[in-house]
Design a protein around this ligand. Structure first.
Ligand code: B1M
Length: 210
């Protein structure tokens, strides 16, 4: 069994080159991509967050860690995506207005694609108007929002209201998630589904679509 601790450490140190090389080697050796994400990459980001909270790390270290995580994730994402399957639904996915965190959102994208959904990635700092436009112009059946900041969570509520105001709320299902988001908040804003994890987002989508 290959030692994958260097992948964890590379993300922790913000070393994108090593993160990428270790991931490539692990995949070539036949390691399950989900194992890499769940057992090495996500714990590394959790440790980055812990260090940030106790002032051992600052924003530059956060940025470097995020870059290393992305470099590894880019190799894994296509492997999780299904091929040749008719999409179960079209999802407009984005991190809400004011929020620039996209690692969790990108994992959700990988899992949804792997679950047979077509994903329109709207990126970060997505305004309610952009979500509405994706429904009207691109035929999205699901609006999926991610938020990592307590201060940006209210943008989810604003987006639900914008969908309502644009007259398209009934034709889409709304899914929400992200570290500060809860089922209680989902109920409060009238979202159709909530998941605390990227893998759970697929089940939430299935459930919401009936
Ligand atoms: Co920021 N940041 N950050 N940050 N950052 C957090 C979120 C924070 C908790 C750190 C801390 O203080 N401990 C804190 C938020 C506090 C709060 O609001 N309660 C914080 C802060 C304060 C900030 C700034 C304000 C810092 C500053 O500038 N002073 C600033 C805000 C910028 C902005 O967005 N406007 C900021 C900036 C940044 C960076 C840009 C430097 C960088 C992001 C880079 C990037 O994403 N490209 C960054 C990072 C890396 C983090 C931490 C360390 C890691 C986030 C992450 O990627 N986690 C984070 C601390 C932490 O989480 N421990 C922190 C890994 C990822 C896989 O998990 O995103 O939770 P997560 O996604 C999970 C689930 O939540 C779920 O699935 C994923 C996998 O299971 N999920 C969904 C996510 N979206 C979903 C959607 C779904 C379903 C599930 O359905 C649609």
């Amino acid at each position: 069994m290959q030692d994958l601790k260097p992948l964890h450490n590379a993300i922790l140190k913000g070393d994108a080159k090593t993160a990428k090389a270790t991931t490539e080697a692990a995949l070539a050796a036949g390691t399950d991509p989900m194992k890499l994400v769940q057992e090495y990459m996500m714990p590394a980001m959790a440790e980055v967050g812990r260090r940030f909270e106790c002032n051992e790390y600052f924003v530059p270290e956060l940025l470097l860690a995020a870059r290393a995580m992305k470099a590894a994730l880019e190799l894994i994402r296509p492997l999780l995506a299904a091929s040749g399957v008719k999409p179960a639904a079209r999802v407009a996915l984005g991190t809400v207005k004011g929020d620039l965190h996209d690692i969790g959102k990108n994992l959700v994208m990988a899992m949804l694609e792997g679950g047979g959904y077509e994903v329109i990635d709207l990126g970060v700092n997505v305004t309610p108007e952009q979500f509405v436009a994706a429904v009207k112009g691109k035929g999205a059946n699901i609006v999926a929002m991610s938020a990592l900041l307590t201060t940006t969570m209210p943008a989810m509520k604003t987006t639900v209201a914008a969908l309502q105001q644009a007259g398209v709320r009934q034709q889409v299902k709304v899914l929400i998630g992200g570290a500060p988001v809860t089922q209680k908040y989902a109920d409060e804003i009238g979202a159709d589904g909530y998941s605390e994890s990227a893998a759970g987002a697929v089940n939430a989508a299935k459930k919401a679509m009936g």
